[in-house]
Design a binder for this molecule. Structure first.
Ligand SMILES: Cc1cc2nc3c(=O)[nH]c(=O)nc-3n(C[C@H](O)[C@H](O)[C@H](O)COP(=O)(O)O)c2cc1C
Length: 279
């Protein structure tokens, strides 16, 4: 089987999962290609593929605006597809992030084969401990091994979202029109910014222009690539600055023990880890 991954990833978590899943599928004898969803990038060709996997992070309980925009332009077809999401917390509300993509892809003729979710460290809100990040990655690797076998058999489960969660997630879609306005007011700290241009290079929307320091345009989707990956932690994210997270997490080292799981949604993370470790 030939599988095409179409991936949007602001700070690398989703892409890391897709690359590992791609490797696992190759080990099972499949061919894979990976397309990065970016503003203005030409649409990928789907001819010759047997299965599609759309990977993206959950943004405010929804798919990022860039993903919705991409899917609306995606060509019609009849292939089976998977939705693969990475999220900062194992919340059922995050399943609502599949509603928009499923509606668009159904309208285009595609058939949903399954949905996969992986908990990865937060790139906004608060910084998970390094140990939590390691335990998350260990859990993700187990799930990837299981999910590769599901894709191999074109099997999988889909997620149902109850009306209350649908309504709550719908309200959070305010993020889509709000982010370009908030993103326009992002700025680099004059003292810390070294003008390296990394923020502009990583922005999937091509929204940052370098003029000594970065200048932010009106196409921000809030992926946090600029602030998270800045080597000098110089990018201020305006109203969202109290939630800014900077710097890559390790994926090797000591994992958090049960007693070291963060206090925020402690039980939910614990259940997710235990469930993953039983796989
Ligand atoms: C604007 C924004 C909103 C987010 N909203 C949620 C959310 O609603 N639920 C959640 O679990 N994680 C949320 N996250 C966390 C990301 O989904 C998570 O860190 C993800 O792994 C990032 O993937 P990436 O590195 O591929 O961009 C949000 C992140 C951002 C930047």
């Amino acid at each position: 089987m030939k599988v095409l991954f179409c991936v949007f990833s602001g700070t690398g978590n989703t892409k890391k999962i897709c690359l590992h899943l791609s490797e696992a599928l190759r080990a099972l004898g499949h061919e894979t290609d990976l397309y990065d969803i970016k503003n203005e990038a030409p649409m990928p060709e789907t001819e010759g593929y047997d299965c599609l996997i759309f990977g993206y992070p959950v943004h405010a309980f929804n798919a990022p605006k860039a993903v919705t925009k991409f899917l609306k332009k995606f060509p019609k077809g009849a292939l089976p597809y998977y939705l693969l999401r990475s999220e900062g917390e194992p919340s059922k509300l995050n399943d609502a992030a599949g509603i928009g993509p499923k509606r668009i892809l159904k309208g285009k003729g595609y058939t949903l084969a399954g949905e996969f979710s992986y908990v990865m460290p937060y790139n906004i809100l608060f910084r998970h401990s390094d140990k939590m990040a390691v335990r998350m990655w260990q859990a993700a690797k187990r799930r990837i091994a299981r999910d590769a076998l599901l894709v191999d058999a074109l099997g999988g489960e889909t997620k149902k979202v109850d009306p209350l969660r649908r309504a709550a997630a719908f309200l959070f879609r305010i993020e889509h029109p709000a982010m370009p306005l908030i993103g326009k007011t992002f700025h680099a700290d004059k003292k810390k910014c070294v003008g390296c241009g990394k923020c502009a290079a990583v922005c999937p929307m091509g929204n940052i222009r370098m003029d000594g320091r970065p200048k932010f345009g009106m196409h921000c989707v809030g992926c946090m690539g600029c602030a998270f990956l800045c080597p000098a932690d110089a990018v201020h994210i305006s109203l969202l600055d109290p939630w800014r997270v900077n710097g890559a997490y390790p994926d090797e080292g000591d994992p958090a023990t049960d007693g070291e799981i963060c206090r925020y949604l402690r039980k939910t993370y614990m259940n997710y880890f235990h469930e993953s470790e039983e796989l």
